[in-house]
Write a protein that binds this ligand. Structure first.
Ligand SMILES: [Zn+2]
Length: 50
């Protein structure tokens, strides 16, 4: 999977943006719809259940 923004080549850390292939800003500029489950990732950025 491409982990860089297809528009500016920036490394994407959020798996949601990796999935759509654009960073947050570029997704908005390209008119790419971000899946709704993005907010869940924002609430729980990292799972630490160890
Ligand atoms: Zn970008």
């Amino acid at each position: 999977m491409n982990e860089r923004c297809n528009r500016c080549g920036r490394v994407l850390k959020n798996p949601v943006y990796v999935e759509i292939g654009y960073g947050k800003v570029c997704a908005a500029k390209e008119g790419v719809t971000v899946p709704k489950h993005e907010k869940k990732n924002v609430d729980k950025p990292v799972e630490k259940e160890n």
